[in-house]
Write a protein that binds this ligand. Structure first.
Ligand code: FCB
Length: 423
């Protein structure tokens, strides 16, 4: 294949999340975590996007984006249990209108890692009422935004990453290291997705509109460190099953016995796919909380490849593999995140080109990909890593809040304009 043209309605664009860009989200569990000294920097004013969203959407427009993914900050909408802040709701209505005024299709995430402090202090996703609380928030937000004509909703961002970081290795709030807690939270997240799916469809029914409700799934490629070792192959297979496939099974195939409420129906209109990298896994003889081997950090075990500044291998072929694996569910796939943190913008250009080439290849082989949303529009607050890793198509000077479009942003912009990928 030398060149391919994507359809004219392909959703080209970029993604952000509230806590990473908005600034001053003081009422959520991440802010608390940062104040407790658990991160390299505190998020502070971040990109001040809560104030500067219009300016930022002007840039997305200049970059020929057709869609934009952002998240709603639950702790702004419901700062205290059961009390909904009308100003915050109006703010997000303005955000949606600002996107639509620029012909950018809004793709809205309802949960992107952060929780209001009142919710986390009651037990967060482990508590019995978690699903009820989340669904009440979803009802409030969707009732306010559905009449504006929002079509794409993502209930939960990367449940497995959230559980792994927050409940297994404990580097994110709530900072637990317990498989039992992880399992309880997993159950709540699954049910929360199902309830949110039903709620959103119910709200749209009288409006005579059809929302598309998805979930953003992070997929990783796992390879055994020593392919000749059956133990390495086994732990790699288990990781792949648990991280990449258990959710799909629960939602779509319904094979997972503990979740009877997901048996009868598909609660998903499209898959959101977040793809970044590949991990090498080896068996660990001693007991480990990670249960299934560990991620190999020894370079002599690893195949050499380019890496981003957080050490993640750049492995474009993995995007093709994930798209083909998801294709078996016969649902549309929206790439909701794909990107690289690097200070070398030429590396980002190569990253975009090589990954889009893989998308084109998957599409030619039948994957029904409806869009590509690059992570991220802006450099932003990368969770426990702080502001070091820069993922943006647009650079942000955190002192002055000045924005500067990177060359890679311009390169992607030409592809968004023409829909044409050249090998
Ligand atoms: C994803 C997260 C996103 C961002 C990127 C780099 O796992 O969804 O918020 O941090 O990684």
């Amino acid at each position: 294949m030398n060149s391919m043209k994507f359809p004219s309605d392909f959703l080209w664009g970029a993604a952000t999340s509230a806590h990473q860009v908005e600034g001053n989200n003081q009422l959520n569990d991440w802010w608390q975590w940062e104040q407790a000294g658990k991160t390299k920097n505190v998020s502070g004013a971040a990109c001040d996007h809560y104030v500067r969203f219009q300016e930022d959407f002007d840039i997305a427009k200049v970059l020929n984006h057709k869609a934009h993914r952002f998240s709603i900050e639950w702790s702004r909408i419901e700062p205290e249990e059961g009390k909904f802040n009308q100003e915050a709701i109006q703010h997000y209505q303005e955000v949606v209108r600002a996107l639509q005024a620029r012909n950018l299709e809004p793709v809205i995430t309802l949960h992107h890692f952060t929780n209001p402090i009142w919710f986390s202090s009651k037990g967060g996703w482990k508590q019995k009422q978690a699903v009820y609380f989340f669904n009440r928030f979803v009802t409030e937000v969707v009732t306010a935004l559905a009449p504006l004509g929002v079509r794409y909703w993502i209930t939960i961002n990367e449940p497995m990453v959230y559980l792994y970081q927050g409940f297994v290795i404990g580097v994110w709030p709530p900072g637990e290291k317990s498989i039992v807690s992880a399992f309880r939270a997993f159950r709540s997240l699954l049910r929360a997705h199902v309830e949110a799916y039903k709620t959103i469809h119910q709200i749209y029914q009288p409006l005579n509109k059809h929302p598309l409700v998805g979930l953003a799934k992070h997929m990783l490629i796992f390879s055994p460190c020593r392919p000749q070792s059956w133990q390495d192959r086994f732990v790699t297979w288990m990781r792949n099953f648990l991280f990449n496939h258990s959710l799909s099974d629960a939602f779509l195939i319904g094979r997972m016995i503990p979740f009877p409420w997901v048996f009868s129906k598909r609660y998903l209109d499209f898959w959101g796919l977040n793809y970044y990298t590949r991990d090498f896994i080896h068996f660990k003889p001693s007991f480990s909380r990670e249960l299934f081997g560990e991620v190999c950090t020894q370079t002599h075990h690893r195949e050499t490849g380019e890496r981003n500044m957080m050490g993640w291998e750049i492995y474009p072929a993995g995007l093709y593999d994930c798209l083909m694996a998801l294709s078996k569910f016969k649902l549309p796939i929206l790439i909701t995140e794909n990107g690289i943190c690097t200070d070398d913008d030429h590396q980002r250009e190569r990253f975009i080109q090589t990954h889009l080439f893989m998308v084109a290849r998957a599409v030619m082989e039948g994957a029904s990909v409806i869009g590509y949303l690059h992570w991220s529009l802006l450099d932003n607050f990368e969770w426990h890593w702080g502001f070091g890793p820069r993922f943006g198509l647009v650079a942000v000077d955190y002192q002055t809040q000045k924005r500067r479009i990177k060359l890679s942003g311009q390169m992607l912009s030409r592809i968004c304009e023409t829909g044409q990928i050249e090998n």
